[in-house]
Write a protein that binds this ligand. Structure first.
Ligand code: C2E
Ligand code: CA
Ligand code: CA
Ligand code: CA
Length: 278
């Protein structure tokens, strides 16, 4: 019993060391992951609620690690940010998504729009933003791309952030505000910046069936957004009832497991571009 404290302590230190060690190991492996082809893109459909039409998707990063299997982006994106790898990875997924948007627009004969998450770290970096230029190079209309950003970026918006957002607007790239409602939710920047879409955070959607307040908040966000000329996308739609509530509230789009999990490009294409049954 006398040694217990010490043993406990060394146990925890060892655990911490292992964690730190594992983090470092993953950072090093993440450096190689792109070259080794371990990163991929999963596409999740964004459904127009009134018509059920699908002409949008969100591109989500996937890392298939040889030993750990699928590593969650919630875990490895922060590692990539910390290790200074997020711009390289962000540019890569952007190019992949642009290629998909081009292919799917061609197949459908209408503009297919893909949302890409842009890390605030990449957004704020001093490096030249090449996205607009790249779209010109590959001859993809900018309307096919939506950049998803979070509120935190706008809260501390520097002149560089404002300029970059203006550059996007002038080029025709659309901007979506992700996870809306859980952060600072200052309404003032909705008019200050040219935002095209609000994405209602999935926590409101998940609670709206049972919790009156969540439902009221979601409905109010929709009314406010429409008044300001923005479209609304609800995230994390899992049930028919949620879809119904959102549709009745006038929500424009829904995204969630009810419609589909994020899928690899060939699977997405089969189901939602060529409309083959699963
Ligand atoms: P996010 O941008 O809010 O992405 C939506 C997340 O919700 C995705 O998780 C998606 O798989 C998940 N989701 C979709 N439908 C449902 C549903 O019905 N129920 C539930 N419970 N979840 C649903 P994922 O793919 O694990 O990504 C997590 C986060 O990682 C993203 O949140 C985003 O912040 C970040 N992330 C993912 N890909 C990228 C990327 O390419 N670049 C950057 N910078 N961040 C990324
Ligand atoms: Ca997002
Ligand atoms: Ca716009
Ligand atoms: Ca989100």
């Amino acid at each position: 019993a006398k040694n217990n404290g010490k043993n406990q302590f060394s146990y925890f230190t060892r655990l911490m060391d292992e964690r730190a060690h594992q983090r470092l190991r993953l950072i090093n492996e993440l450096r190689m992951a792109l070259e080794l082809g371990q990163l991929s893109v999963a596409y999740q459909p964004v459904v127009e609620l009134a018509t059920r039409r699908i002409i949008k998707a969100e591109a989500l990063l996937r890392w298939n690690h040889p030993y750990f299997g699928n590593v969650e982006p919630a875990y490895f994106v922060p590692l990539a940010e910390e290790a200074g790898l997020i711009t390289e990875i962000g540019d890569w997924i952007f190019r992949e998504a642009a290629a998909s948007a081009k292919r799917w627009s061609g197949a459908l004969g209408t503009a297919f729009q893909i949302g890409i998450n842009k890390s605030p770290i990449q957004f704020l970096s001093k490096e030249q933003d090449t996205w607009v230029e790249y779209l010109r190079e590959v001859d993809l209309p900018a309307q096919n791309i939506t950049v998803e950003i979070t509120e935190g970026l706008l809260l501390h918006a520097s002149s560089e952030v404002c300029e970059r957002l203006l550059e996007y607007r002038d080029a025709g790239i659309q901007v979506a505000l992700d996870d809306f409602g859980v952060g600072y939710s200052s309404m003032s920047y909705l008019k200050k910046f040219d935002i095209d879409y609000l994405k209602i955070d999935q926590s409101f959607v998940q609670d709206m069936e049972d919790d009156e307040n969540s439902r009221t908040i979601a409905e109010s966000i929709i009314v406010m957004a429409h008044r300001l000329g923005l479209k609304v996308i609800a995230e994390g739609v899992e049930t028919l009832r949620q879809r119904e509530i959102l549709n009745e509230a006038g929500c424009d789009y829904g995204q969630g497991y009810l419609f589909s999990k994020p899928l690899a490009a060939p699977e997405f294409e089969r189901r939602f571009i060529r409309n083959e049954k699963p």
